[in-house]
Design a protein around this ligand. Sequence first.
Ligand SMILES: [Fe+2]
Length: 247
Amino acid sequence: MGIFGAFNRQKKEAADLGGKLLVDIHSHLLPGIDDGAPTMDHTIGMLRKFEALGYQKLIMTPHIMSGVYNNTSEIILSKLEEVKKVSADLGLNLILEASAEYYFDETLFERIRNKDLLPFQGNHILFEFSFRNQPLQVEEVVFQLKSAGYQPVLAHFERYVYFHSSVEVARSLRERGCYIQVNLNSFTGHYGPDVKNQALRLLKAGLIDILGSDCHRIQHLELLESSLKEAVFHQLMELKVKNPTYI
Ligand SMILES: [Fe+2]
């Protein structure tokens, strides 16, 4: 139990979920560079909440989306340094790292070719598809990332409505070496019943590799905290996921 022995009951329960999820690999906490935290104050509020929930390390992943969020590795790393400094000054104990959530568009292949990517865990790349339009070349992006030595991680598979008819695309991508990431709040119904059902189908089929918060605002963490007693979260705690476990 160690240092967590002193935690109150609510924190202990969250920390028990954190027993599998000490490290979050998907969030939008870096201030002012995407649709996540607008200011450092918002960032700090969310950091405190992550720490209270039992997380020990956060890999923050701002959007990189050409023409919408024109973030670069340099911008992200410089924001990371700002946040690390504020976090340390406040006495928070979270280990903070940064990567990105790459939107799949015509620029992604070029980035892969030029190795213009900011991986986490050495070679992991989180990428996302359009929510509206089914992308072409779904398998090609996985192939290109793998060929360049990266470990592809497809963000929130359950949120792509055009894949809702089945989970076979997730199965096929996994067979090609892609990890499937699912958002914790999809199980709370936050994104609607269809997304929840797809998340449950993925859970039942054993197709979830990584669970992430995809936290944009503190309400995401409050909702998660209030849902931890639900049966599905007990099931998720038993899941063997590939979330990093090292500190
Ligand atoms: Fe995200």
